[in-house]
Each structure stands twice: as C-alpha cells, then as structure tokens.
Design a protein around this ligand. Sequence first.
Ligand code: MRU
Length: 371
Amino acid sequence: MNIDGRPWRTIWLEPDGRSGLHAIGVIDQTLLPHRFSTRSLRSCDEAAEAIRTMVVRGAPLIGVTGAYGLMLALQADPGDGALAAAFEQLNATRPTAINLRWALERVRARVQPLPPAERAEAAKAEAGAIADEDVAMGEAIGEHGLRLLQELAVARPAGRQGEPLNVLTHCNAGWVATVDWGTALAPIYKAHRAGLPVHVWVDETRPRNQGASLTAWELGREGVPHTVIADNAGGHLMQHGQVDAVIVGSDRTTRCGDVCNKIGTYLKALAAHDNGVPFYVALPGSTIDWAISDGLAEIPIEARGAEEVTYIQGLGADGSITRVRLTPEGSTAFNPAFDVTPARMVTALITERGVAPASEAGLRGLYGATA
Ligand code: MRU
C-alpha cells in the first residue's frame, strides 16, 4: 500500500553489514501515527522482542516476522539445538494468533531435513514464500469482500443509492497487520480503488488504540474517508442505521467458525446481531486452527501488561511522543487482549478462497475435507 505515494510492504530483507547475511527491515508500529520510522532486526532475540512489544503486530505479520526470526537464528547457529530454541523463543512471544505457530512450523519443516550449512538460506526462501503468499491472500480477500460490498450497495433502499457505504471496523486488520493489503481493510481498499464510495467507522480499540493509531493512519494515506469513534459508540450508530456492515479480522478461527480477535470484537458482534447489521470476518487460511472446534474453551487468550490500560501514549504539545497515566495510583487493571465471537454471530467468513458460512461445513467447502 502507499505511504505518500510510495508503495511499501511491512517487512523486507536488508543487508546487515556482514557479508552474505541478512537483517529484517520493519516499520516500527509503536511510533505510528506520529512518526514513521523503520527498524532493522538482526538477531532472533531482536525479532522476538519486536513481536512481544508490538513493534510488529497483527496475526499475519507476526507469523512472517517469526519465520524470518528463524532465518536470523539459523544465520547465527544452524544446528538442531539452536533451531529448537529459536522455535520455542519465537512461539512464546504471543500465544493467541495461530499464524505464528503455523509459520514457524512451516519453516522448521523445510529446514530440519537439510544439512546445517543450507538451513539459513532455505529459511530465507520459505519466509519469503510465506510473505508473498500473504500478499496474494490479502488481495484475494479484498476481491471477494469487494463483491460483498457491491451487493450491499445495490441492496440499499432507492433513497440511499450512491451514498457511501458505512463500514465499521475494530482494531487494525489493515496492511500494517499483514505484509500488504490487510484482511478486513482489503475489501475497503478494493472498493475505494474501484470507485465504490465507502466510509469507515474506525473503533479506537483501547487499550493499544490500533484503530485510532494504525487504521486511521492507513486509511488516511490511501485517501479513504473515515471517522474515528470511541469504542463505545458502535452500538449507538448501529441502532440509528449508520452502519451498513461490520468487517473485522481474526487472530485464530476454529474449524467450526468461532473467531478470536482483538478484545471488544465480541461486543460489536452482539450489537450487530441485535440490529440486523451483517458482521463479516476477513481472514487468510493461515489463521484457521483446524485442530480446535470450540473457541471459548480452547483458544489461549493473551493477558498483556496492566500498564497498557493504566497509561496512554500520544503526541505531546512539544511534539514528542509521551505517555501519561490515566488511572488513580494504586488501582489495579486487567488486560485480556482478545475475545471470542461465536460462529452463530458471524454472517460470513471472507477468505482468500471465497466467502463461506462460519461453520465447519463452510470452511471445509473452501479448504477441503483434509485441511
Ligand atoms: O494485538 P494485535 O494488534 O496484534 O491484534 C491484532 C488484531 O486483533 C487483528 O485484528 C488481527 O490480527 C487480524 S489482522 C489481519
């Protein structure tokens, strides 16, 4: 996608200054939207730290960063012990998004049978393939989602034809959460480029404000009309007919279609259900956990630090990025990072293979009985 007219991906290879070895370049998402800055990750430790601290975040991008993190580890030591340790270190950084384990397992399966001297190069190739596939999946999700949005636009009453379609989204499931295109935002970018008028209600997404910081920034760079709303406003907008559809991403989807996504997603699904607003979840196949069926019982929910709730970061009057305390000294805080929306509240899943009901039959219909 574009930043000031220049196309970017969120992760790339770059020379690390030592002959023949690579570092990974990433956009530092902790500084957006106030500062656009890139970082070089030169070791597995640095890749793990970047995932843990959310320099990079979003399920698909976490997966690709993990894959390249294994490459970094193997550049330093291609032996079996180092491979196993790096796998565990990276896999432990964030527990909810299944893409991380999926990508790590894919790279490990590719390199393990090889002689150590060939492993780093093979890891680089596999991580690159995962990254390229992610871009293709995002674009395909965009095409399938665009058709849904076109159908919604046509189905509106005569008096509302031609008005922008109002889509509400939660968190950031845009291109900075992936390698390019995004998941939930991909249909919106496709619609905007196709000339279908669209306006996005952007949930701020406390506590890390991925909506206010990242989604609003991305949409602005692409010129998509949008309005940031407090997390609590969505239900009210739906009650007043101001939301035509909700589209969110997913960090892990069970084979039966339960969807785990950023905390607060479930409340939007409840409000959409109560108001007859279609609630779509956009996801690549790498986000499906075929081993589990019951999202509430089986998906580990990451609990992040209380300081993400008790403090907030923003741009100070002097132009510096500042953190301020919100809560009284001594108040405790609890910070579950994700919640589960049951399949029954999901109108449909938008995947790179097409649109399907949120059910095992729906997913098997797209991915086959043996997936
Ligand atoms: O904690 P984050 O910012 O990594 O959470 C991201 C989300 O919940 C996204 O909505 C999800 O990863 C889907 S992104 C394509």
